[in-house]
Ligand binder design. Structure first.
Ligand code: PML
Length: 251
């Protein structure tokens, strides 16, 4: 086989997702054909070591991607901010969002929406950057950003290392944030992880990926992601881009 492929994995507890299984883990790569076996192996290892426990159902999906459909974009430059408390980190996040033309009201609504989630969302909420009104109708599912990866793994990892970073979470989040930032009508993103042991999050814009620590307390299992967009954006078209447009990020 030749060319690019999308490889997606999701794991659940109890039974498969479609029959009500509890989501445990999911990940996706867009890779050259010769890397498929090793990527699947890596995904299986990731599930075996999952901090939330063992999976009962694991689903893999592999789809060919046409080269002509792929867009290539540059990775966002990385910044790092460390705050003394979660409250201070929240203010840093709100400040960064305001610098990206997101209103103070929408920025605060965004923080509170993630803060008050009863359970983590697997996808992103889309908010009007002026009013803070939620625009997508995906409820607790959220919009799942998909079909994206870095173009050259070694270069991308060395870019992260040049910022003192080597974690999978930053790798995946930077790819996702860079893709989202290329969407028409995008202004910014706020996100923190649902991993109870991971307290860093970020605010992204069209100009940067700003990591902020700590955006939540240790042992908190709730995280989420919000995309802030310009008023009047065509939401179905935006979701089509986020979920389906094959995108490679260049470091
Ligand atoms: C970082 O360390 O760069 C922040 C990563 C946040 C990851 C959020 C997620 O798990 O999706």
């Amino acid at each position: 086989m030749r060319g690019w492929f999308s490889v997606r994995m999701r794991a659940a507890r109890g039974c498969i997702h479609e029959e009500g299984g509890e989501h445990l883990s999911g990940c996706e790569r867009m890779i050259a054909a010769d890397a498929i076996r090793s990527i699947i192996d890596g995904m299986l290892q990731r599930i075996e070591k999952h901090p939330k426990g063992q999976a009962d159902a694991i689903n893999f999906r592999i789809d060919r991607i046409e080269e002509a459909d792929i867009v290539r974009i540059n990775a966002l430059p990385i910044e790092n901010r460390v705050a003394a408390t979660v409250e201070e980190a929240e203010e840093v996040a709100i400040h960064c969002l305001k610098e990206s033309c997101i209103s103070p009201q929408a920025a605060r609504i965004g923080v509170q929406l993630i803060r008050h989630l009863k359970s983590s969302m697997r996808g992103a909420m889309i908010l009007d950057a002026e009013s803070g009104v939620r625009l997508d109708e995906t409820e607790s599912r959220g919009v799942r950003l998909s079909h994206m990866d870095c173009e050259d793994e070694e270069k991308f990892l060395s870019f992260l290392r040049s910022h003192g970073l080597n974690g999978t979470k930053t790798r995946e989040a930077l790819i996702l944030a860079s893709k989202a930032s290329a969407m028409d009508g995008y202004l910014g993103e706020l996100c923190w992880s649902d991993d109870p042991g991971y307290v860093s999050g970020y605010v992204a814009s069209t100009k940067s990926y700003c990591r902020i620590t700590p955006l939540k307390n240790h042992a908190n299992p709730i995280g989420g992601r919000i995309l802030f967009v310009k008023k009047g954006l065509n939401i179905p078209k935006a979701i089509q881009f986020l979920e389906k447009k094959p995108t490679l990020v260049i470091a």
